[in-house]
Design a protein around this ligand. Structure first.
Ligand SMILES: Nc1nc2c(ncn2[C@@H]2O[C@H](COP(=O)(O)OP(=O)(O)OP(=O)(O)O)[C@@H](O)[C@H]2O)c(=O)[nH]1
Ligand SMILES: [Mg+2]
Length: 347
């Protein structure tokens, strides 16, 4: 059966409402991919049939191939507690830490290498089949050479690309192919089926992304997903405080900080939204008044308390990070399913 070159779904002419629809089976790309690529039209964007069991079954069929696991740079701090690596523990894996371009300028380069090298060293103690790790992003020029070097050294010709949805799997394969062959988009669930590509004696297998119930984007509709996309280096939003304050990121996040003396809080979130600061006493009032007008609608429905001794970094999956410095007690309010990962790392 002929499959769409962009998303891997079998092509069909019967039902325009279903995935894989084409007017003519001579076409290479389905209606959904065509409209998405050329018009950013998501009318036909559906990924309902995707589920992790289906994707894990796909992986098993390629279990003897090399697995390239692509992880968003912000998710690397979550990996020790996340179940993602468990999925790949019995497979030779190359870990790719992707989208490094979104990190703030001040934590790039050497500092970054040190932080991530340490993290990977720790992870390899539990997951010895992580054979190599590469940090990169779609704009980086040396990736292809480094990639082939690693793959050749490990002695593989067949490589499966796996990871969470939206991690940049299809984008990275296009980079290796040096053409925009696979469909990529900001919307999670772009790739619908495995896609096998022969290239220069190698076989690349693109796969749908694993869904992540802990990620904020899982709970946002397509339009809202667009708003959370980070495409430029994050500009940290920094606040100093010496009394109890509350901070809001639209309707998605509220952080109450109660410093013992002096403290600072830094938000690493998409640049287009400014953090709103309010004295703690007026925070509930602010929230009630504005919740209807938030561009990113109100999804705050759980809170977690933390005590900070010196400094702590928190990753709010799918949204960004925040760093609190100075002895304080804090409360983070987010969507009930979104996991908050605390990390001691100093950035
Ligand atoms: N800033 C930045 N954005 C990237 C990078 N790589 C991919 N993206 C963007 O991330 C989004 C998702 O990319 P895809 O390649 O479609 O991701 P995927 O992992 O194939 O996603 P699914 O098919 O949904 O599982 C797109 O908007 C890409 O442009 C990168 O290195 N840096
Ligand atoms: Mg994809």
């Amino acid at each position: 059966m002929k499959k769409c070159k962009g998303c891997g779904t079998p092509l069909q002419m019967e039902s325009p409402e279903k995935n894989g629809y084409v007017r003519d089976l001579g076409q290479d790309y389905c209606q959904r991919c065509f409209r998405l690529i050329h018009y950013d039209d998501v009318t036909h964007f559906k990924a309902d049939h995707l589920n992790n069991v289906y994707i894990l079954d796909t992986f098993e069929r390629y279990r003897n191939d090399l697995f390239v696991l692509i992880v968003d740079v912000l998710d690397i701090f979550c990996l020790p507690e996340d179940d993602l690596l468990e999925t790949f523990k019995d497979k030779d894996t190359v870990l790719i830490i992707n989208k490094t371009d979104i990190l703030p300028i001040n934590i790039r380069n050497e500092k970054l290498e040190i932080i991530y090298t340490k993290k990977i060293k720790e992870l390899r103690k539990t997951y010895p089949r992580i054979k190599a790790a590469i940090m990169t992003n779609r704009y980086e020029n040396e990736f292809n050479d480094r990639f082939y070097e690693v793959v050749n050294e490990l002695g593989y010709q067949r490589v499966l690309f796996a990871g969470r949805t939206n991690a940049g799997k299809s984008t990275l394969i296009n980079k290796l192919l040096e053409e925009e062959r696979l469909t990529t988009s900001i919307y999670p669930g772009t790739t619908l089926n495995e896609t096998i590509i022969e290239h220069d004696g190698y076989t690349f297998i693109d796969t749908p992304g694993l869904l992540d119930s802990e990620n904020y984007t899982t709970y946002l509709d397509l339009k809202m997903n667009k708003l959370l996309k980070i495409s430029r280096p994050i500009r940290p939003q920094v606040f100093q405080l010496n009394s109890r304050q509350s901070y809001f990121f639209e309707g998605l996040l509220r952080v109450d900080v109660d410093p013992a003396d002096q403290a600072s809080v830094v938000f690493y979130v998409p640049n287009d939204y400014k953090i709103h600061r309010s004295p703690f006493a007026k925070a509930d009032q602010y929230y009630q008044k504005n919740s209807k007008d938030f561009v990113l609608k109100s999804l705050i429905n759980k809170k977690e308390n933390y005590t900070i001794k010196k400094q702590q970094l928190f990753v709010i999956k799918g949204m960004g990070m925040l760093k609190v410095s100075g002895e304080s007690r804090i409360t983070i309010h987010v969507h009930k399913n979104v996991k908050i990962y605390g990390s001691e790392v100093e950035i």
